[in-house]
Design a binder for this molecule. Structure first.
Ligand code: CDP
Ligand code: CDP
Length: 234
């Protein structure tokens, strides 16, 4: 079967990563969480007291951190590693969430991570979610999705998610963080978040999780079928 690249971009907390994971599972594709890479880079900066605004610190960081993904044999989930250590839980805490968008504005950090993301998707058959996947990482992606959702709904969903990991965070604090990250991510000079003209927009505010997964899988299958029938006729 022909394999394609599916790029999912959008605002924080719209359901990109959970949807991307489910789409990948359905199609037998690899899911790549590009946000986890920015989060791991942020952990490195914070743990080593490096400042993203100090060029000397940025240079020091660049050659020193390596992000990788490994599948947990027990859960089957893909987990994030920083310099060989499993940091999957650590990178989802508010300590990292509050700083990640600032680190993600640093052009040199983006350059390293984008190169790595492009390598991971070279053989196609990947679903990658982030902010610049359809615009910068895979501008040639066969399917581009842009997800949006109402801020209140996003905050409530994120609060539930954090609660399930025993982290209690006030709704107002989550809302403030989501809005601030949306602002930084959309207005930065390096690869700002924006909807590409060829992306399908999905508003997840009022549809079920299964519905949004089905929409993307359906769109992907249509593209794959079209490619296969074209190949069959030539
Ligand atoms: O899952 P959530 O929406 O909280 O965010 P994430 O996907 O884990 O990404 C965390 C942050 O990394 C975003 O707010 C962006 O600042 C940055 N990011 C980015 O700049 N480019 C990407 N391709 C992915 C994430
Ligand atoms: O990656 P992003 O930050 O865009 O979102 P996420 O980490 O996938 O988090 C979204 C949360 O909303 C997850 O707990 C989903 O299960 C939940 N959710 C959703 O994505 N879509 C719905 N229609 C309903 C709930």
């Amino acid at each position: 079967m022909n394999k394609i690249v599916i790029a999912i971009d959008g605002y924080s907390g719209c359901g990109k990563s959970s949807t991307a994971k489910a789409v990948a599972k359905d199609l037998g594709y690899t899911y790549i969480d590009s946000g986890a890479m920015y989060r791991a880079a942020t952990l490195y900066f914070l743990d080593n007291f490096l400042s993203p605004t100090n060029p000397h610190d940025v240079e020091k960081a660049l050659g020193s951190f390596e992000v990788s993904f490994h599948t947990n044999p027990d859960s089957g989930h893909q987990e994030t590693y920083l310099n060989g250590l499993n940091v999957d839980k650590k990178i989802r805490t508010m300590r990292i969430t509050e700083k990640v968008s600032e680190i993600a504005t640093v052009g040199a950090v983006r350059k390293i991570l984008v190169t790595q993301q492009q390598k991971l998707g070279k053989k196609k058959g990947v679903v990658m979610d982030g902010r610049d996947i359809g615009s910068v990482v895979f501008p040639e992606a066969e399917l581009k999705v842009f997800m949006i959702a109402n801020l209140d709904i996003r905050a409530e969903r994120r609060q539930q998610e954090l609660l399930s990991k025993s982290e209690l965070v006030k709704l107002e604090a989550i809302k403030k963080n989501l809005a601030e990250r949306d602002r930084i991510d959309s207005s930065r000079s390096e690869s700002p978040l924006k909807k590409m003209a060829d992306a399908i927009e999905i508003d997840t505010s009022d549809i079920s999780f299964d519905e949004q997964v089905a929409k993307i899988v359906h769109a992907a299958r249509q593209i794959i079928d079209k490619q296969e029938s074209y190949a069959g006729n030539h």
